[in-house]
Design a protein around this ligand. Sequence first.
Ligand SMILES: Nc1ncnc2c1ncn2[C@@H]1O[C@H](COP(=O)(O)OP(=O)(O)OP(=O)(O)O)[C@@H](O)[C@H]1O
Ligand SMILES: [Mg+2]
Length: 232
Amino acid sequence: MDLNTQRELIEGLLQFVTLVESERKLLAADLHDQTLSDLRELARLARRLFEKPEDAMSQEVRNGLAKLIFGIESAMDEVRRAMESLSPSALDTLGLVPAIESCLTRTSQSCERPFLTRFACPARMDDINFSETEQLLIYRIVQEALNNISKHASARFVEIVIVRESGGLLIRVSDDGRGMTPSGDLRRARGIENMRYRARLIGADLTWLKATGRRGTVVEVRMPIRGSGVGG
Ligand SMILES: Nc1ncnc2c1ncn2[C@@H]1O[C@H](COP(=O)(O)OP(=O)(O)OP(=O)(O)O)[C@@H](O)[C@H]1O
Ligand SMILES: [Mg+2]
């Protein structure tokens, strides 16, 4: 395949990914406008009943209402989480770096055993102009690395560091969890395949390393910065 055909193919795939992402955004908006607002209405109704005078209902009914309110509020939290994962609002409002930081915090909070987190971005970002799709794909790659930590690592500490190195941006996600088996885990599993696919689309480089010391995994995402000097 010549270079032009390859470039056209990548362009086409990027357009497709942009389309899929805008569908996700619509889905998140539907969840917000329909599901979340229905649940909010139900919660309001249940709360109004709960606040009726003591002699208006038995203790059993009151306890049932309390459980109902709690259940609806948990469901609303779940819907909010799903919305955020479908279409990360922080990416639109705050930009890539704060969106990654917020994803790190959220992943820890939603973990059965929350882990300690550290986030550092000493890199200068003001001269980096990643396109919207590039930012989204970088975000998705980091999001899956964090999902994997939450699902598989049993980590106590997770760190994300973003630095500049030789004309590129390096995002390093490290955990101190159980570590990956070098051959087995990196084979054709879906999440890691998706990470690689997304990286290929934006010309990023992905590496999995064993953490120094005894435990843990390090995922490194290297993204070239076009048309800018080295530094930061
Ligand atoms: N940070 C990590 N610590 C320990 N094991 C990991 C880590 N990241 C990935 N793995 C291992 O690598 C395997 C492959 O990950 P991958 O994301 O491809 O699949 P998955 O998470 O099992 O499923 P999916 O992502 O499709 O929901 C995992 O099943 C897990 O065993
Ligand atoms: Mg996974």
